[in-house]
Design a protein around this ligand. Structure first.
Ligand SMILES: CC(=O)N[C@H]1[C@@H](OP(=O)(O)OP(=O)(O)OC[C@H]2O[C@@H](n3ccc(=O)[nH]c3=O)[C@H](O)[C@@H]2O)O[C@H](CO)[C@@H](O)[C@@H]1O[C@H](C)C(=O)N[C@@H](C)C(=O)N[C@H](CCC(=O)O)C(=O)O
Ligand SMILES: Nc1ncnc2c1ncn2[C@@H]1O[C@H](COP(=O)(O)OP(=O)(O)OP(=O)(O)O)[C@@H](O)[C@H]1O
Length: 507
């Protein structure tokens, strides 16, 4: 059987095939800044990291947390950059004779400059931006499925899809030069709809500047992703940026949570609200919801009173919220509600999101990417409520080099739902793996649960499948779509579904 552990080699380049050209003078006019001396200098691409520079690029010298990017201008020119865009401090670092355009804030110019070079590619398609602590990836795939997968694109933590083509992920939301280049590739491929996960980092760092999404979706706000944001208010403000002009033409806000209701009041773009819990105040509602182990069925009611029955093969009440948001975003961007149901019903799974596998085993086997407390809570609750029979056997680890304070809580949430918990390693990097496992076990002890510690991830998965009876569910948490296992000695290739298949076949 071919291994699923290799990303399919992209058939496309991550930059458009057509050569786009612009001059520094034209760009200065577009950005409304003083023209540089070398106005006629031509550039054909944009890059903000020397590793990404191709011949003919404009290199963006941006002040970062560690260094001023303009320090690397000489390296960028060596790699083929024809010009540099930077601020006044950066200009002093650029070698003499290199054509340089000076702006106040080069990071904020990255989006507009890239969109300008590629002739505003996203304008030719329906674009949906999605933010929230949980559900971005799933909602992006629902948008693409509803609009027709073959003519849709998604950009997010699983990577970038362009119809059937695929690019592995670098960041959840790529930096603006890569994002705009991907939009240009999508335009060349005839993509009609694109769904983009907008992380809070991306919103703050201007990665989605330079264009307006047709609709910006806000799903929810938890505590899981706070490392970069000092307070919850700061985290909320970052997410709320998506619903601030010029980022989105209309905002779709899920008001089933506190922060959604706050945002619906505060957003400065026109807002349409959604609710899957029967809120009369919502413009878009899900009604008559039936949840099953293998998905759900419900009716979506539009603000105009239309009612269309939807179904999904994906588990979890939260997916009703995700579908409602995806559907409202597309419908508010001009799609017919009734046309959206077949694609949603046909979506078989989203990679690593409560993904079920049938390798011929008698029990239910699931792989899920949950690696933070709230996501573990949501995933295991969804399995437990829709599969009350049988035992839930969960395999759990925690990443090293981050989230130290969250490990006990991860163990605690897992133990609330699992009958058997197998604690193992999940990207320990150079942290002490035994210490990570001890924190998880410490948190899990607050509930009565059978806990086994098996450091080796493959052995842990093998133990889980050996324990499982036909009525049981085995869930492998943490990696989902990831293709690596990061150990102290370095990363090794790893794909949980492949290992799961191997340990099941060895039964
Ligand atoms: C915290 C954060 O977001 N950092 C971003 C920031 O890095 P930085 O400020 O540390 O950059 P720096 O090291 O000081 O370098 C300054 C500049 O010099 C450039 N440089 C540096 C060295 C060199 O040899 N050549 C070169 O060109 C860098 O590309 C950069 O433009 O600017 C860089 C590019 O300008 C980003 O790539 C980098 O994202 C890093 C890779 C990152 O890991 N970001 C993560 C945290 C992130 O954005 N995550 C979110 C999801 C979060 C979530 O789901 O919770 C995401 O959207 O992926
Ligand atoms: N609307 C939602 N509300 C609460 N939990 C959700 C929601 N949607 C998905 N989840 C849970 O969060 C997990 C991650 O979902 P998904 O990958 O779609 O979110 P994400 O925002 O893209 O997260 P990440 O950036 O970590 O990949 C799912 O497996 C599920 O357990």
């Amino acid at each position: 059987m071919p291994s699923a552990s290799q990303y399919p080699a992209p058939r496309l380049d991550s930059r458009p095939a057509e050569t786009f050209t612009a001059t520094l003078g034209d760009l200065a006019a577009r950005l409304e800044v003083a023209a540089p001396a070398a106005t006629g200098t031509v550039f054909t691409g944009v890059a903000l990291a020397t590793d990404h520079v191709r011949a003919g690029d404009l290199f963006l010298g941006i002040k970062g947390a560690h260094a001023h990017g303009a320090r690397f201008a000489a390296k960028a020119v060596e790699a083929g950059a024809t010009a540099v865009l930077t601020d006044a401090d950066g200009a002093a670092l650029v070698p003499d004779g290199v054509p340089t355009l000076v702006v106040d804030d080069p990071r904020l110019a990255a989006g507009p400059a890239s969109a300008f070079l590629y002739r505003d590619p996203v304008a030719s398609m329906t674009s949906i931006g999605i933010t929230g602590t949980q559900g971005k990836t799933t909602t992006a795939f629902y948008v693409a499925a509803a609009a027709g997968m073959a003519a849709s694109g998604t950009i997010g933590s699983i990577g970038t899809t362009v119809g059937d083509d695929f690019f592995p992920p670098v960041l959840t939301t790529p930096e603006a030069p890569e994002l705009q280049a991907l939009f240009a590739v999508m335009r060349e491929q005839g993509i009609g709809t694109v769904a983009v996960e907008a992380s809070s980092h991306a919103l703050v760092l201007g990665r989605v500047d330079g264009f307006a999404f047709d609709a910006g979706v806000f799903l929810n706000l938890g505590h899981d992703h706070r490392d970069y944001h000092p307070t919850q208010a700061d985290y909320f403000a970052a997410k709320a940026l998506l619903l601030t002009p010029p980022h989105a033409k209309v905002g779709i806000v899920d008001i089933d949570s506190h922060w959604g209701r706050v945002l619906a009041e505060q957003a400065t773009v026109p807002v349409r609200t959604t609710s899957a819990s029967g809120s009369e105040a919502a413009d878009w509602r899900a009604e008559d919801v039936t949840l099953r182990a293998h998905g759900s069925e419900f009716t979506i009611r539009s603000p105009r009173g239309e009612r269309v029955r939807f179904s999904t093969q994906l588990t979890g009440a939260f997916n009703v919220n995700n579908i409602l948001a995806a559907v409202a975003a597309l419908a508010e961007s001009g799609r017919e509600l009734a046309d959206l149901a077949p694609g949603i019903a046909a979506l078989p799974s989203v990679e690593g999101r409560l993904q079920r596998f049938d390798f011929g085993q008698s029990f239910t086997a699931i792989v899920d990417s949950a690696h933070k407390p709230e996501a573990i809570n949501a995933a295991l609750r969804a399995i437990r409520t829709t599969t009350p029979e049988g035992r839930l056997i969960a395999v759990l680890g925690a990443n090293g080099n981050r989230d130290v304070a969250k490990r006990r809580m991860m163990g605690r949430f897992a133990a609330m739902f699992a009958d058997v918990l197998i604690i193992t390693d999940d990207n320990p990097y150079d942290d002490d793996p035994a210490e990570i496992r001890a924190s998880l076990i410490d948190g899990a002890r607050s509930s009565v649960v059978e806990i086994t510690e098996i450091a080796d991830r493959r052995e842990a998965m093998a133990a889980a499948v050996r324990l499982a009876r036909p009525e049981d569910t085995v869930v492998i948490l943490g990696k989902g779509h990831e293709r690596y296992h990061a150990l102290a000695g370095g990363e090794i290739g790893w794909y949980d579904p492949d290992v799961l298949r191997e340990v099941i076949e060895a039964l």
